[in-house]
Structure formats: C-alpha cells, structure tokens
Design a protein around this ligand. Structure first.
Ligand code: XIL
Length: 349
C-alpha cells in the first residue's frame, strides 16, 4: 500500500462518518453553512424551541439566514375565527428575524390542510367565499408587510395525477381561486415575492407539467406568480439525482424563481425499526444533500430564491411524528451534533 492509500485507509477507519470531509470545519459550529453558498439558506422553525432550547437556537443563529415558520403562520394558527387573527407567536418570530437579520418566508396563505374548522364549516354564497378569501389574504399579508419577504400563496393545489385537488377553496370558488389568491396577495404587498408550493414536483413529471401549464397560463393573463416552491421531502433512493436536476432546470427555464422550500432526505422508506442510522445510509444522504446543493448552485443567479431545510435536527423532524417511523432526515442529529451530511456540505461548498 503506498503512503497516500494508507492515509486514506486509516482516516476512513478513524472517521468513518466524515471521511474526505474537513473535520475541523464541521466540528466548529461557528463556521456557517450559509456563508458557503451564494443563495439564502433557510430552515423551518418551531417557536418554543427557538425561544427555549439553546442547542436548537444556536444552530439557527449560526447556520441559516432564512426562516420559514413550520406551523404558526398557517391559517389554523393565524385565523382562528371569522373576525379574529392571532398574531402573537408569528410576531415573535418576525421580531426574532428582524433582530437577527434572517429573511422570513411566509408559509402559507391558502392550503387544504391545517385550516381552522370554521372555514371548513363556513356557510355562504360564492361572493361571501370570495370575500373570505380576500380578507384572509389581505389581513395576513398586510400585517406582515415589510417583515415577510415572500409568501407561499397557494400550497399543494394539485393531485398526483395532475388534476386540481378538491379543496374547500376549489369546491366553493372553482379553479379561479388560485389566480384570485395571487392577485390579492400582490395587491396587499406589491414587494413580496409570491410562490406556488407543492410536493413531488421532481419525482412526478406529470404533476410538474400540470402545475407548469396551469401557472404559465395564469401568468400569461398577468397573474403575479414569481416562483415555485419545490418541497423536496425525499428519500436517499428516490427521486433519482437526474430527476431532481431535470425538475429544477425545467422550473427556472419556465421563468420561475426556484425555492427548494422544505428539503429533508429520509433514509427509511420501508419504516423498519431503526434506532441508530446505518453509516452507509448517512453517507448516501450526505452525497444527496451535496448533489442538490451543487445542482441548485449551478442555476442562473436570478432564479435562486434559496434552499430551506425542513427542520434543524432529527429529533424535531416532522417525519417521525407525521409518518410514525424512525428516520434521520436532517443535517443535525438528535443531540444537535453535525451529521455527515452537514460535514459534506460545509467541506465541499
Ligand atoms: C408539517 C409540519 O412540519 C408539521 O409539524 C405539521 O404537523 C404538519 O405540517 N408540506 C407543507 C408543510 O407544506 O407545511 C408541512 O409541515 C409538511 C408538508
């Protein structure tokens, strides 16, 4: 074995999870991942953790320069009854962002999930429903004007087969609710970037095509849609890397800002019991994170809105609770320590 091979071999035994990575870079958490890229790097934030958990808040302070509220800016939280809005918690987050120079992305105005019960039960004419949509958007966007840079105006409006989802909004207002929502949002805050946000846009070209066809035709009528959020709740093995780059490239080529808006990479698609993440899966995860960051970095600058990771550390990831499976999808582990994916990114970007 020549000398070089020996060093590589020995270091891979000593540092199995971070081989080829620069350990001093990833162990010193004062090195900021957001400094390594020339686009915004965001994370989904849970307010109680931000306020009360130092390990958690330190990672956000150090590593990210953009923030999305994981829940507290959704309709169920902000709009608890017809004429009541609840700003307290979202305002605390907005104040944090101003004090700490973080961009705040608004998520989300119109969605079929996490709606308050009263909207689902609302009785009214088509005009009443249109007023409801307009007031909801006006009040919320206006409240955060100047503090929120951008909004997911409509979230998850499409089914996997490319048809429009039967949400309460579509049921009451027809497909035009999408166009109306964007128009109202632009009227309320002409400076906010407005996004359509959805999942499976990389793995499912049929859905992506349907979304692009719909948004392109709205844009050609003057509807103010600035960008597309690709959620990217994905797995190590799918979608494949080339499916991801095809999707990202197709979206900017259609003249939309691209926001990778909710990135996490799961490693346990078949929900096996998994108390400790297998080393090889963590390595594959690291490679996939790096592939996505590099692919994104290569798109023209004017189309980069940023990459937002959907959470800080594996112990707080929504995946475990929501899908009830062991998983390890984020950049930091259960003890807020950097994982191979973080090391990979910070050493190679
Ligand atoms: C998730 C949150 O992370 C969870 O805490 C909550 O229980 C459910 O919603 N797509 C979206 C996000 O647009 O708002 C979802 O967030 C994840 C899927």
């Amino acid at each position: 074995m020549n000398r070089l091979l020996k060093i590589v071999f020995l270091s891979s035994i000593l540092y199995p999870s971070c081989q080829k990575e620069n350990l001093s870079l990833c162990e010193n958490l004062n090195n900021r991942l957001s400094d390594r890229v020339d686009f915004y790097l965001g994370t989904a934030v849970d307010l109680p953790n931000l306020l009360n958990n130092q390990d958690y808040s330190q990672i956000i302070n150090n590593q990210f320069n953009s923030v999305t509220a994981e829940n507290i800016m959704k309709p169920a939280y902000l709009h608890p009854s017809l004429n009541t809005y609840y700003w307290t918690e979202a305002d605390q987050l907005a104040d944090y962002c101003i004090a700490n120079s973080k961009r705040l992305h608004g998520h989300t105005l119109i969605w079929h999930n996490q709606l308050p019960e009263w909207i689902l039960n609302y009785q009214g004419s088509t005009d009443d429903w249109e007023n409801l949509l307009r007031e909801h958007i006006f009040q919320i966007v206006n409240h955060f004007k100047g503090k929120v840079s951008s909004w997911d105006v409509v979230n998850e409006a499409f089914n996997d087969d490319g048809t429009l989802r039967n949400s309460i909004w579509k049921e009451k207002l027809g497909p035009s609710y999408i166009e109306k929502a964007f128009n109202y949002a632009r009227q309320a805050d002409p400076n906010a970037k407005l996004f359509y946000n959805d999942y499976s846009l990389a793995i499912n070209p049929m859905k992506r095509t349907a979304v692009l066809n719909c948004l392109n035709s709205l844009k050609s009528k003057g509807t103010p849609i600035d960008g597309i959020g690709m959620q990217m709740h994905i797995f190590n093995s799918f979608p494949e890397n080339n499916e991801i780059s095809n999707a990202i490239n197709e979206i900017w080529k259609n003249d939309y800002l691209v926001h990778i808006s909710e990135l996490d990479i799961s490693i346990n698609p078949f929900s096996h019991a998994m108390q400790i993440p297998p080393e090889d899966e963590l390595k594959r995860q690291a490679e996939k994170y790096l592939y996505i960051f590099k692919t994104y970095d290569n798109i023209p600058d004017q189309y980069k809105f940023g990459i937002t990771i959907w959470g800080v550390s594996d112990n707080v990831s929504w995946i475990r609770k929501f899908y009830n499976r062991d998983d390890f999808p984020l950049l930091f582990d259960d003890n807020y320590q950097p994982k191979p994916a973080f090391c990979k990114l910070i050493s190679n970007l």
